[in-house]
Ligand binder design. Structure first.
Ligand code: BGC
Length: 342
């Protein structure tokens, strides 16, 4: 009897000794804004996917792109004891202090879609091939405006994203690599004379700012149906195309005479606009693909296993080259718009 008791006690003790310490692995999500379709939806999607995979999740949005708020949220998430932060940065170069604090508490950081720069505190980066996005947009304009063969020079205008977003640089590089030869040869003409990122950027990726600048260009150059022809507008994202199209429609353009306007994100408004013959194209960056990549990264990190990456050279953030997983963007126009409907 005594022996049985003894045995059972030691069995229990052994079990207690070998039982794994179960600590929930906690993930903090910091998304840049709830006021753009893309970011609001992906915050919710990623939260659900991580919860379904068994993680504890805290999700914060940075107001309307408020960098001070986002930095405070990083500190708060760190103090809440998260193991890993997934951050869609508002201003990737302005997070060194908050992320330095997270790093000092042993929190790993995944840069979500936008590269966080000037800090070694970034463990991984998951995004789409941003330069390829720009190539797709630029090439679309080249093809649809027949820039390689046209005998009549085509009038185009350029928009750049936010100067504080590292992605904007990649979109611009890709698009301009396609367009530059035709601008130099005179096949494409930028009548406003505004050609540098400093001149054509859109603060905070704001639709209102894009609308305002397009209105100013129309007035300055005299674009309009029956006036100076405008053939194409390079817009790096749907939030910019939306403002640009609004200004064009206010000035007499409709689906019968709309310039070729590019975009990115395949937001519902842009897909409707494409179907209605207004916006010409967008880029679909399948949110499921990016969010699944994050879930797989977090799962492996939580198990102490190697994380799958496919780019170890492109994304130098100024403090280190960040190990990256690149997903593939897809071009959407009227011919395949259904593909991007969710
Ligand atoms: C993202 C785009 C988005 C833009 C504006 C970029 O960093 O890559 O998908 O359209 O920000 O939010």
């Amino acid at each position: 009897m005594k022996l049985v008791k003894l045995l059972s006690c030691s069995t229990v003790a052994a079990m207690m000794f070998i039982a794994p310490q179960v600590h929930a692995y906690k993930v903090g999500l910091a998304m840049p804004t709830q006021n753009e379709d893309r970011w609001y939806n992906e915050g919710v999607l990623l939260q659900n996917k991580l919860k379904n995979a068994g993680f504890d999740v805290e999700l914060f949005y940075g107001g309307d792109g408020d960098i001070d708020l986002q930095n405070k949220q990083i500190i708060r998430l760190t103090n809440l004891g998260v193991n890993v932060l997934v951050v869609g940065a508002i201003d990737g170069a302005a997070m060194s202090d908050s992320l330095g604090f997270a790093k000092s508490k042993g929190v790993a950081v995944i840069s979500y879609d936008r590269l966080i720069t000037k800090t070694p505190a970034v463990s991984y980066y998951a995004t789409f091939d941003n330069e390829m996005v720009g190539h797709m947009q630029g090439k679309y304009l080249v093809d649809k405006l027949n820039l390689a063969t046209t005998s009549t020079p085509k009038n185009i205008e350029l928009f750049y994203g936010s100067l504080t977003d590292n992605n904007a640089r990649f979109f611009w590089k890709g698009a301009m690599d396609e367009l530059r030869p035709y601008i130099q040869s005179g096949q494409a003409v930028i009548r406003s004379g505004q050609t540098t990122p400093e001149e054509v950027n859109t603060p905070d990726w704001s639709t209102t700012e894009a609308n305002k600048r397009m209105g100013e260009l129309i007035e300055k150059v005299g674009y309009g149906p029956g006036k100076t022809r405008l053939d194409g507008v390079l817009c790096p994202a749907d939030c910019i195309s939306s403002g640009v199209l609004f200004a064009l429609k206010r000035n007499g353009y409709d689906s019968s005479n709309m310039p070729v306007v590019t975009g990115q994100d395949a937001v519902p408004e842009a897909l409707d606009s494409i179907e209605n013959g207004e916006q010409a194209m967008t880029i679909f960056k399948n949110p499921n693909e990016l969010c699944n990549t994050i879930v797989s990264m977090v799962t492996n990190m939580s198990k102490g296993q190697p994380v799958e990456i496919n780019d170890t050279s492109t994304y130098d953030n100024g403090a280190k080259i960040v190990d990256t997983y690149l997903c593939m963007p897809e071009l959407i126009d009227k011919s395949n718009v259904a593909k991007a409907r969710r």
